[in-house]
Design a protein around this ligand. Structure first.
Ligand SMILES: Nc1ncnc2c1ncn2[C@@H]1O[C@H](COP(=O)(O)OP(=O)(O)O)[C@@H](O)[C@H]1O
Ligand SMILES: [Mg+2]
Length: 264
């Protein structure tokens, strides 16, 4: 099996702080993988490197056969890497449709010169974008708020719009950073169902950072565990749940292990 994403000995240093240290992991096509670990473990920093927001201090990332160090970070999205952010990153004054359309910009190949010479092509791209957006709106069941101003929506609905925007770029892999934090039980279950549908119906591979252990245990094929920037465990949800090093990582922070809580 060839991995869709391979991360090898990836590191990120902020001054004296080693936020990510020698992390290696793979994600196979069609997998739902989770990244878990206590606060400050380096999870978001890892995602920032994979999505081109931050340059690694060391290590290697290969995505879909492309060595990511060989392309500009702003091309990562066009290469097929989509993501959501831990804190909502939407245009609050725009409508739902407008916000989702901004996710398409990575996909529009036409530059200004093309637009002047081949006006027809930009028009057909625009039509394709609209169709894609309509499909996503239907898929995520947000037709009833499509023309609403994003800032007026509930937090759970806004998160769903952010998910829609990430899907609009037609990613091959979707990185979700704490999608369900701050959501109630019903909203959380909706998101879990959508993540499964995104994989099963849209064929998109998923790598998600998640604190909510029930969702991790329920829908992940594999779990990667970080602590103090290092990977300390990897395996099926069941295996990770029973790994003493993982329990220790959470207990070491003097917080009750959410892993034990999720075990049932
Ligand atoms: N841009 C940055 N500059 C300096 N330190 C950072 C930056 N981003 C994250 N850190 C630090 O790196 C460590 C890992 O952070 P982060 O990746 O956000 O952890 P997690 O997402 O697992 O909670 C933390 O100690 C955090 O304070
Ligand atoms: Mg984080």
């Amino acid at each position: 099996m060839t991995a869709l994403l391979t991360v090898e000995n990836l590191s990120k240093r902020f001054g004296g702080l080693q936020a990510v240290a020698d992390v290696s992991l793979t994600v196979a096509p069609g997998e739902i993988c989770s990244v878990i670990g206590p606060n400050g473990a380096g999870k978001t920093t890892l995602f920032n490197m994979i999505s081109g927001v931050l340059r690694p201090s060391g290590g290697r990332m290969v995505f879909d056969g492309i060595d990511l160090s060989s392309i500009s970070p702003w091309r990562f999205a066009a290469a097929g890497i989509g993501r959501t952010f831990q804190n909502l990153a939407l245009f609050k004054h725009g409508t739902v449709v407008e916000n989702i359309l901004t996710g398409r910009h990575t996909h529009l190949r036409s530059n200004v010169l093309d637009a002047v010479i081949f006006f027809g092509r930009t028009r057909s791209e625009e039509i394709a974008a609209r169709q894609r957006v309509e499909h996503i709106i239907e898929f995520l069941e947000i037709e009833h708020v499509r023309d609403a101003i994003v800032g007026a929506l509930s937090y759970g609905q806004q998160k769903r719009v952010e998910l829609a925007r990430a899907l609009a770029s037609e990613p091959k892999i979707l990185l979700l950073d704490e999608m369900v934090s701050g959501m109630n039980q019903e909203e959380t279950e909706d998101i879990a169902r959508f993540v499964l549908d995104i994989r099963d119906e849209l064929g998109i591979t998923v790598l998600m950072i998640e604190h909510e252990m029930r969702i991790v245990m329920d829908i992940s094929d594999r779990v990667h565990v970080l602590n103090f920037g290092r990977k300390i465990a990897e395996g099926t949800p069941d295996r990770v749940r029973h790994d003493p090093a993982v329990a220790e990582a959470y207990l070491g922070g003097q917080r009750a292990s959410p892993i034990a809580k999720a075990g049932s």
